[in-house]
Write a protein that binds this ligand. Structure first.
Ligand code: PHE
Length: 449
């Protein structure tokens, strides 16, 4: 073991750590991304694969990231160097830092849209003559060259502000009250949405699988990408958060609770969005704009809709903030150590660069919409590369690292599992099941089978 840096921060408590990890996991991924990806991939069959991946690939790798971070007490790159000096595993660390840049660049764009919708409701709501016009309101906004950039800038400034102050002060407390509030609100809205007349269509869309979808490899890739994105997995966010945990704290349980909360959140968000989608004749495969079109219809129809709309978008923006903070922290933690800069300087420089990288994603919805890769906009391409390729690949390396690059007894001890049945099953999944499954999904999606 190397010298332990006594200046590194630590969480105030185990609960603080779990809440921060939950704050990272629960965000736009559960509401914005979950609903549009579920919609695009046909609903129930996708969901089934998604749940399977969460349980058998996601949770074990969440546990692997926590274990690496807690044991190494360093950032995503430093953790691999600490545990396996001079070995190529550190590539996974660099991929993680790269993923943080890419994901946060477009995450800031969507979060900016969220903040804009919050302001809409704060200032009286959105007025339209019929529900179909919510599409126009949305498109008018995102195709404007300047407006979305301003909101993205504002959101990135908030993210930078929190990371600037530091992990413990900035991150730990933010979500303690607001996340439960968002959960309650999403449950209320789901209850209301189910009364709008689209409930039976929505329930069969979400829970009656069209088995023919199981033969489409892209559905598997989409489910894998969504599982990683939603769990904040595969790029070291959870390694970095695990590293602020004191060595005394015990891990088992934390991984499962984070994944369970994240998944339940997404499911209830689905019950909120899809009944409205069917009730108002919106196409489920509308794409990334889905929630910004479906939700205003709900608020328009309900009593106190403007108030609910305002509170909802506020809480969603806060949930996005606790996720964006974890993305920025991955890069910042690395560069603080790498260049020996102060946290403040690092945060502003890296956060500023990430904002600039995000500008093309924002413009790709309007003026730059002619620039496409395989038919996808810049924003969608960024999302695809990071979520469907880099994160699962990062997860694959992390699984192999703990499974093979680490002595089994050491890994079991560091994970707090010990030599138990659960611990041995975990190692088995990391050694064989998860890497092979991810590999097969990759091969299938490029048409090998
Ligand atoms: N999990 C976050 C969300 O669902 C996004 C995220 C991905 C955060 C990767 C950190 C790392 O919104």
């Amino acid at each position: 073991m190397g010298q332990i840096d006594t200046n590194r921060e630590q969480w105030g408590s185990r609960l603080g750590f779990i809440l921060a990890a939950m704050g990272s996991a629960v965000g736009l991924g559960n509401i914005w991304r979950f609903s549009y990806v579920t919609g695009e991939n046909g609903g129930a069959a996708f969901l089934l694969i998604y749940f399977f991946f969460i349980i058998f690939i996601g949770i074990p790798i969440v546990m692997a990231e926590f274990t690496i971070g807690k044991r190494a007490q360093s950032d995503v790159v430093g953790s691999f160097e600490e545990i396996a000096p001079g070995k190529p595993w550190v590539i996974a660390g660099f991929m993680g830092v790269a993923s943080a840049f890419i994901i946060l660049s477009f995450y800031g764009v969507i979060a900016g849209w969220t903040v804009r919708y919050f302001i809409h409701y704060l200032t009286g709501g959105i007025t339209v003559e019929n529900d179909a016009q919510y599409v126009d309101v949305f498109l008018n906004f995102i195709t404007n060259p300047l407006q979305p950039l301003l909101w993205q800038f504002l959101f990135m400034a908030l993210t930078i502000g929190i990371v600037y102050v530091g992990v413990k002060k900035g991150i730990e407390k933010t979500n303690k009250i607001l996340m439960p509030l968002l959960a309650i609100l999403v449950i209320i809205l789901a209850g209301y949405s189910l009364t709008l007349g689209g409930a039976s269509d929505a329930l069969s869309f979400l829970f009656t699988p069209d088995w023919s979808k199981l033969s489409d490899p892209n559905v598997y890739l989409a489910a894998l990408g969504q599982a990683f994105f939603s769990l904040s997995l595969g790029m070291g966010a959870l390694i970095t958060y695990g590293s602020y945990l004191s060595k005394k704290e015990k891990l088992p349980g934390a991984a499962a609770s984070v994944a369970a909360l994240d998944t339940v959140f997404a499911l209830i968000a689905g019950l909120m969005i899809f009944p409205a989608v069917f009730a108002f004749g919106i196409q489920p495969d509308e794409g990334p704009g889905l929630v910004f079109i479906a939700l205003p219809s709900i608020f328009d129809n309900m009593a106190y809709g403007t108030l609910f709309g305002g509170v909802f978008f506020f809480l969603l923006a806060v949930a996005a903030l606790s996720s964006s903070v974890s993305l920025l922290e991955v890069a910042v933690a690395y560069f603080i150590r790498k260049f020996n800069w102060t946290r403040q300087k690092t945060t502003i420089i890296i956060g500023g660069i990430i904002f600039i990288i995000g500008v093309p994603s924002s413009l790709s919805q309007g003026n730059w919409s002619h620039i496409t890769f395989f038919g996808a906009s810049i924003l969608d391409s960024m999302d695809f590369i990071a979520s469907n390729i880099l994160l699962p690949l990062g997860g694959l390396l992390i699984a192999l690292f703990v499974g093979w690059g680490w002595k089994k007894s050491d890994a079991l001890e560091a994970s707090d599992f010990g030599d138990t049945l659960l611990g041995n099953s975990w190692i088995f999944i990391l050694r064989y099941f998860a890497p092979i499954a991810i590999f097969i999904v990759f091969l299938a999606s490029i048409g090998v089978f």
